[in-house]
Every structure is written in C-alpha cells, then in structure tokens.
Ligand binder design. Sequence first.
Ligand SMILES: C[S@@+](CC[C@H](N)C(=O)[O-])C[C@H]1O[C@@H](n2cnc3c(N)ncnc32)[C@H](O)[C@@H]1O
Length: 203
Amino acid sequence: MQPTKAPQPAATETKTRRPKGSLRAFLAAWADDPRRVGAIAPSSPKLAAAMASFVESSNQVVVELGAGTGPVTRALLDEGIDPERLVAIEHSPRLAQKLHEQFPNVKVIQGDAGEMRRYLGDHVGRVGAVVSSLPLRSLPPQTVAKIVNEIEHVLAPDGVVIQFTYDPRVGRRFDEAFERIGQRWVWNNLPPARVDVFRRRTA
Ligand SMILES: C[S@@+](CC[C@H](N)C(=O)[O-])C[C@H]1O[C@@H](n2cnc3c(N)ncnc32)[C@H](O)[C@@H]1O
C-alpha cells in the first residue's frame, strides 16, 4: 500500500489522547479475531513511549509489527523517527486502513509479519529496529517461529528488537533467538507490561 504525501498532524494533537474511533476499531478487530489481537485494550501512551524510547533515530528503517490502533506508531514519530523510514505492518484490514488514514506519511502494510521480507525489498538486512506489539503468547508457536526467522533476516547487524509482554513466563522464543540487552516495566498500562530489548546474538 503506497502512502499518500500529506502533512502529519502535530505531535501534540495525538500525544495525550487516543485518536477518535480507535477504541471502537480495536474492539471490532478483537471481535474479528481475539487470539490475533491478544490484548484487552490498546497500549497506553506510557507503554508506547517506553517502547519508542529504545529506538535510536538514525537513517535506518524502523519496522513496527502489529501496529494496531497506532499508539506505538505515534510514539515513534514523537521520538523523532522519520515517517518516511517507518514501516508499519498490521494484519487486520480495518486497523491497517485506520493507520493509513491516521499516518499518511508512514508506509502502512496490511499483511502478515511472517512475510516481512516480501514487503521490505532493499531494506532486508538493514532494518535498525523492529518494534513489535505482536501477541506472542496467543499466536501459534509455528507462527511465532516464522516471525522470528523473518526478523533475523531483516535486521541489520547492529539492529535491535523491542517487544512487550504481559506475561514474562511465556513467549521465550525471542530469548532463544536473540540476546536480551534491556528491559523496563510499565505499570501504567492495562495490564502492566514489560518492554524487552534484544539484539543479535554474538557468536
Ligand atoms: C496487542 S494488539 C495491538 C497493539 C497496539 N500497540 C495497539 O495498542 O493497538 C496486536 C496487534 O497485532 C496484530 N497482529 C497479530 N498477528 C499479526 C501478524 N502475524 N502480522 C501482523 N500483525 C499481526 C493484531 O491484528 C493486533 O492489531
């Protein structure tokens, strides 16, 4: 899907409140496919900001997985990530359409994170950060394995992977594939969540 070139709304317009209709869109997507959405509410601005704070603004592309209603997309832009270098992949057609309307300068792809390489073309192997809100604990293990494999291919040698979890006991697939280099709990979220930061394992 090609983004249309239009001015972004000022960061302050959306920083403190959810965009109109986003909760309804989230609930509709949840009703369509609860396991795939895997959360009871959109991520809070605090959780989104915590995730974005681990991304360095550089010339590298940033890929957001499971962008949903867009709180993390917003936080990444507020953090100074160039919208032209941000690719948001969202499976739900209705949420992808909303994202496209809300962030016209961001490249929004309605698709499957497990097919990432197909969407990224020349950026494969050069992605500076993968920022994921995917519900790893409710997705089938083979789906998670495929996504992890795609991330390993698209990530730059010095790239980072950022993922949040509500349940630190499960979803250890990222721990097996990558080296954990940071984490932060965010209590101001429903439910509280932990942000994990990973990089490629050094041999
Ligand atoms: C926890 S929810 C959304 C979180 C988002 N930060 C928000 O607050 O709206 C997870 C999102 O991942 C999307 N998703 C699940 N599996 C996916 C996949 N394989 N590829 C792309 N998106 C996926 C769901 O449609 C859902 O929007």
